[in-house]
Design a protein around this ligand. Structure first.
Ligand SMILES: NC(=O)c1ccc[n+]([C@@H]2O[C@H](COP(=O)([O-])OP(=O)(O)OC[C@H]3O[C@@H](n4cnc5c(N)ncnc54)[C@H](OP(=O)(O)O)[C@@H]3O)[C@@H](O)[C@H]2O)c1
Length: 258
């Protein structure tokens, strides 16, 4: 039994051995779970953050303490130069870039009449421009087998409550960008996919928050997801096994839009 478990662990570890990854917004929530999973599967992992320095450094320390390679970079997704530098720093530190996970994201909720231009521009900058710039920069360094994995949202296709129009707009852009970019990069053997979570228990959308029961009422499972569950799908898409999947918008949403 022990031997079986070891074999399984080794196979899993070997999955991304020798690969390098950059996870934007990796200090907390879903991004942190993704960074941990990619590191567990053998990748050297850089993460970006905008303000959670302590959590980012803790995550790096945790990965290093298990023999992994990790790096935290302060880079606000709204700042194109900072995003470009984060890609350059990852390449300089790890010697290349195989996997980009565009996870950094924010949520502004509110009815159309209440959304300020400032909020509009900030959300576009983080959720859309940040994804575009990181992808453009990362693909320059990617070889055959490269992976770009976006973290969109089920809300790009299904918005069952008011107050999410701006957020849905940004995540719809991510879904469309995924399709187009898959076409741009397919001939180079680089895949581009979009993971679209439903409600996942994080600071952005806590399972005990004011809207949680409403969210649960739309889900087939009636239960929030975890960052770890999203990370499993991301790790699969990052692996060699997923080479035939590209341009896909894949829901992991507990049946939110079933
Ligand atoms: N939770 C859900 O129910 C859910 C559902 C669907 C999709 N998503 C998407 O999943 C992704 C992660 O969400 P989450 O729930 O894990 O959110 P979260 O708990 O709020 O964590 C967000 C992460 O992104 C980073 N971040 C935020 N703004 C940033 C910026 N301007 N520049 C760089 N990093 C930034 C944060 O780091 P700092 O603290 O350092 O800023 C943090 O690491 C987002 O794209 C979100 O839209 C979430």
């Amino acid at each position: 039994m022990t031997q079986a478990l070891n074999t399984q662990a080794n196979t899993s570890k070997a999955n991304l051995a020798g690969k390098t990854a950059l996870v934007t917004g990796g200090s907390r929530g879903i991004g942190a779970a993704i960074a941990r999973k990619l590191a567990t599967d053998g990748a050297a992992v850089a993460i970006t953050y905008s303000s959670s320095a302590q959590q980012a450094e803790q995550l790096v320390a945790d990965i290093r303490s298990t023999g992994g390679k990790a790096l935290a970079i302060r880079a606000d997704a709204q700042d194109a130069d900072a995003v470009k530098q984060a890609v350059a720093k990852t390449v300089a530190e790890f010697g290349g870039l195989d996997i980009l996970v565009n996870n950094a994201g924010a949520l502004v909720a509110g009815g159309i009449a209440d959304i300020s231009m400032e909020d509009y521009q900030r959300l576009i900058a983080v959720n859309v421009t940040g994804v575009f710039v990181a992808s453009q920069e990362a693909q320059r360094h990617m070889k055959e087998g490269g992976r770009i994995i976006n973290i969109g949202s089920v809300n790009s296709d299904y918005v069952p409550v008011p107050g999410l129009s701006l957020y849905a707009l940004t995540k719809g852009a991510v879904a469309s960008f995924t399709r187009g970019l898959a076409r741009d990069l397919g001939a180079r053997g680089i895949t581009v996919n979009n993971v679209q979570p439903g409600p996942v228990d994080t600071e952005m959308n806590p399972a005990n928050g004011a809207f949680a029961d409403t969210m649960r009422s739309y889900m087939a499972t009636g239960k929030y997801g975890t960052g770890t569950q999203i990370a499993s799908l991301v790790a699969y898409l990052a692996s060699e096994d997923a080479a035939f999947i590209t341009g896909a918008n894949l829901k992991a949403d507990g049946g939110f839009d079933a």
